[in-house]
Ligand binder design. Structure first.
Ligand code: NAD
Ligand code: UDP
Length: 314
């Protein structure tokens, strides 16, 4: 049994991760400031004596004795990370410094939840880990992209300068149960709109692409990454390489929900990446043959079911 700290543990990915780590027999400390996450996401874990929930902001130092740290604290949806961009940068950068300092002091292995956004609006397609990216450093997404890029730099430098055991995963668009209905990301937006019979809001023409990964596949990849030996730090892409146009996603969700919603087009936000698809060869090689198992329709069906119950829509 290991003692594990999950920052951002009350969020969408974090709450699933806490649940999975407890199931594997570990002791979990979940730390969150509840900006985009909530106690509701982990309330079902509170009876477990091996689970502790702590309200804390990762921009402030935090001390706890653990074997491993998963650093997830950071809003992930554009509407949330753009709400207070300075705070978003502080969360990524000061959060990384605080957690790396802790990892150094207690000799824990630390995994950073980085993102495909480090590739920005990518000129290389599909994206491989050796691509440096195409990020607008002063654009509306930069608080998130550059914050995460700086965090990666901090991780690599704490590793080379201070021997901290680090792991970096670059997570591609992930969806699933327990996403917030007002999260603002495309999968939850479209499902909620389709179930409520509201217009489906496509930004731009809907020809931009994303590759959608179901939460369970991500968790498996993150756990395997944490358990790779000292030789491998990453960064490694964790995502589903099947690529879809946003309009195709909308059509799939309308069909699966048998919705009468109609599609409307709204302006495309600034710097919205045109295409995104991971190359996962490195993950396959280093993570013991890891690859995604849940394909889009199967994952959407589960997520639609979740939102149907949550919103009480028959
Ligand atoms: P989320 O918004 O549901 O979860 C983020 C959690 O971090 C929330 O519980 C929030 O309250 C908490 N948090 C935010 N700022 C904090 C702070 N200063 N101190 C402590 N806690 C704080 O988003 P998510 O989708 O679960 O994302 C989790 C992590 O994975 C993030 O770091 C995100 O950048 C990364 N990621 C997610 C995706 C995705 O598609 N979901 C893709 C790439 C990377
Ligand atoms: N998007 C959309 N309608 C929505 C929400 C998002 O068309 O209601 C588009 C958005 O412009 C982007 C894609 O869907 O091209 C994915 O958006 P999301 O915010 O989920 O993730 P990210 O842009 O960070 O990959």
């Amino acid at each position: 049994m290991k003692k594990i700290l999950v920052t951002g543990g009350a969020g969408f990915i974090g709450s699933h991760l806490c649940e999975r780590l407890l199931k594997e027999g570990h002791e979990v400390v979940c730390m969150d400031n509840y900006f985009t996450g909530s106690k509701t996401n982990v309330v079902h874990l509170l009876d477990n004596p091996y689970f502790e929930l702590v309200r804390h902001d990762v921009t402030m130092p935090y001390f706890v004795e653990v074997d491993e740290i998963y650093n997830l604290a950071c809003p992930a949806s554009p509407i949330h990370y753009q709400y207070n961009p300075i705070k978003t940068i502080k969360t990524s950068v000061m959060g990384a410094i605080n957690m790396l300092g802790l990892a150094k002091r207690i000799k824990a292995t630390i995994l950073q939840a980085s993102t495909s956004e480090v590739y920005g609006d990518p000129a290389v397609h599909p994206q491989t880990e050796d691509y440096w990216g195409n990020v607008n450093p002063i654009g509306t997404r930069s608080c998130y992209d550059e914050g995460k890029r700086c965090a990666e730099s901090l991780f690599i430098n704490y590793h080379s300068q201070n021997d901290v055991k680090i792991k970096i995963v670059r997570i591609f668009n992930t969806y699933g149960t327990r996403m917030h209905p007002n999260d603002g990301r495309v999968v939850s937006n479209f499902i909620v709109q389709a179930l409520k019979g509201e217009d489906i809001t496509i930004y731009g023409e809907g020809t931009q692409t994303r590759s959608f990964q179901y939460i369970d596949d991500l968790l498996e990849g993150m756990l395997r990454m944490m358990n790779t030996g000292d030789h491998f730090t990453g960064p490694v892409n964790i995502g589903n390489p099947l690529e879809f146009k946003i309009i195709e996603l909308a059509e799939k969700i309308i069909a699966l929900t048998i919705s009468k919603s109609k599609i409307i087009h709204l302006p495309l936000p600034a710097d919205d990446p045109i295409q995104r698809k991971p190359n996962i060869d490195l993950a396959r090689k280093e993570l013991n043959g890891w690859e995604p198992n849940v394909q889009l329709e199967e994952g959407l069906v589960k997520t639609i079911e979740y939102f149907r119950n949550l919103l009480n829509i028959k």
